[in-house]
Design a binder for this molecule. Structure first.
Ligand code: NAD
Length: 491
């Protein structure tokens, strides 16, 4: 492709990209000499837009606006909050194609996945709109006849939220929906690398009539912004989705200032396929699920334990299906796996593979970058990797799948639980005994048996152990955004 054609193509693709900005106290803000960051298309490596960073004054304004807005928003009726959330759900369905296309441009995932993410996000808005009308307290039977005692649930206050780039729309809408639905206000720092979906969210809440200051959006150097916001006495709650080490830092900082936290962190989700499973069906389903979003998913299956008798059949089928995946620019209709979101993830993949090779691991397919432009990494299957190798112990957050055999149920349960993580897990079996033992025995916030059923609006999503604190979605979704007040009254 000559340079002119490439530039023309790039101009057409980015013509309607989001107009990136901050959103503070009901105002969309850009320019004004603020520092700007280049946003790159991961499929081409080319810049597509510039993102303004918040100044210290911007952060102070956002905090002050959120504090001011909380005084009235906490008194708003759930019906009023539900109306705004429902309107955003409606707008996001209407705009799913446009928002999805921009996610593909700045994050890389295939168009269908990006649009699907926005549609799923609309459901989260609907769910929070419905559930916020059911934030109930309770009446406790008194010990004396002239006493009334009851429990009130109240919004916690101003929330500082930090959301990542892998599902830029969904990760943010879950936090925003929960905070706003509970009657809290929020200062949100989205993912600087893939920001368009977050700006789109701010625009929809603005159009839906959300009062100024209830939602504020800032950008900057992540550690600087989080440090400033979490330490501010205005902030009462911290919610973060991202890596375990960063989550621990932020939770420690929040703890030092006695602030509540919701932490949705990384995992290392085991897959357990028993001999009695429909092995080929399991392999087909797992290829699609493993390489979705190029493996950049916190609940991505990352350690594949296959029982001895099923092992060869599973691995052969898994490799065959992996080899058929079409890797390419997410804008192309036939692409099944896009580029990695950021160039920094490429050397990370190489490290996992080099470590596996040095320990006797075999690369069955993939194992390297594809082409020179863009962050394309081949879907990779590894075998013969020891349990203490890097790929079996650290979250790959990329398109690398290690498969290893196991002998019996107790052994695989021990191996599944031996890491400090506990987010998701996957079991394939036709035995009710195996299914029951796994449900009871696996140390994880989520257990999927014979299908993938997690992360929908009406079910709780969250990890245990190092994978986090708290749940998003389900009837649990407001728990982290509410305080408990006990009232006792005598006539
Ligand atoms: P990273 O740890 O630098 O960043 C991950 C996310 O956290 C980004 O969105 C980033 O903006 C944010 N972040 C980083 N430091 C922060 C800080 N001090 N304060 C506030 N936010 C901060 O890593 P990366 O290269 O962007 O991503 C790779 C790793 O991140 C993966 O290994 C994966 O574990 C993790 N991650 C997890 C999720 C998830 O859904 N749990 C999502 C994205 C990334």
């Amino acid at each position: 492709m000559n340079t002119a054609t490439k530039n023309e193509r790039s101009a057409v693709e980015t013509a309607n990209y989001e107009d990136l900005c901050l959103y503070i106290d009901g105002e969309f803000i850009r320019g004004g000499g603020r520092k700007e960051q280049d946003i790159l298309n991961p499929a081409t490596g080319q810049p597509i837009a510039k993102l303004p960073h918040a100044t210290r004054e911007d952060l102070d304004r956002a905090l002050a606006a959120a504090q001011r807005a909380f005084e009235s928003w906490k008194k708003s009726s759930p019906i009023e909050r539900a109306k705004v959330l429902r309107k955003v759900a409606e707008l996001s369905r209407e705009r799913a194609a446009e928002i999805g296309r921009n996610i593909t441009l700045d994050m890389g995932k295939p168009l269908a996945e990006a649009r699907g993410e926005v549609i799923a996000g609309s459901e989260h808005c609907d769910w929070h709109a419905e559930e916020c009308r059911r934030i109930y307290g309770r009446v406790i039977p008194p010990r004396l006849p002239n006493v009334r005692q009851f429990v009130l649930r109240e919004p916690v206050g101003v929330c500082a939220a930090f959301t990542p780039w892998n599902f830029p729309y969904n990760q943010a809408i879950r936090k925003v929906g929960a905070a706003i639905g509970a009657g809290c206000t929020i200062v949100l720092k989205g993912p600087e690398d893939s920001p368009s979906a977050i700006v789109a969210i701010a625009r929809m809440f603005h159009e839906a009539g959300l009062p100024p200051g209830v939602l504020n959006l800032v950008w900057g150097v992540p550690a600087e912004v989080s440090d400033y916001l979490i330490k501010s006495p205005i902030v009462r709650k911290v919610t973060f989705t991202g890596s375990v080490p960063v989550g621990k830092q932020l939770a420690a900082m929040a703890g030092a200032h006695m602030k509540r936290v919701t932490m949705e962190l990384g995992g290392h989700s085991p897959v357990i396929v028993f001999d009695d499973a429909d092995v080929e069906r399991a392999a087909d389903m797992l290829v699609a699920f493993k390489f979705r979003n190029a493996g950049q998913v916190c609940v991505s299956p990352t350690r594949f334990y296959i029982q001895d008798k099923a092992y060869d059949k599973f691995v052969a089928r898994f490799i065959e299906k992996t080899n058929k995946l079409k890797v390419g620019d997410g804008l192309a209709a036939d692409t099944r796996m896009g580029p990695l979101a950021h160039y920094r993830r490429m050397p990370a993949m190489v490290q996992f593979i080099d470590d596996a090779k040095s320990r006797g691991g075999r690369i069955e397919t993939g194992g390297a970058q594809i082409g020179e432009a863009g962050n394309f990494f081949a879907p990779t299957v590894l075998t013969n990797v020891p349990d203490d190798s890097m790929i079996m112990t650290s979250e790959p957050f990329g398109p690398v799948a290690p498969c290893v055999p196991f002998k019996d149920r107790d052994e695989v349960l021990r191996r599944a639980n031996w890491l400090p993580y506990g987010l998701s897990s996957y079991v394939f079996t036709t035995s009710t005994k195996n299914a029951l033992e796994m449900q009871n025995g696996i140390e994880a916030g989520i257990v999927n048996i014979n299908h993938f059923g997690q992360a929908i609006a009406e079910t709780p999503f969250g990890g245990i152990k190092d994978s986090g604190i708290g749940s998003e979605g389900g009837t649990e979704t407001f728990d982290g955004y509410l305080t408990t007040k006990f009232v006792t009254q005598m006539d």
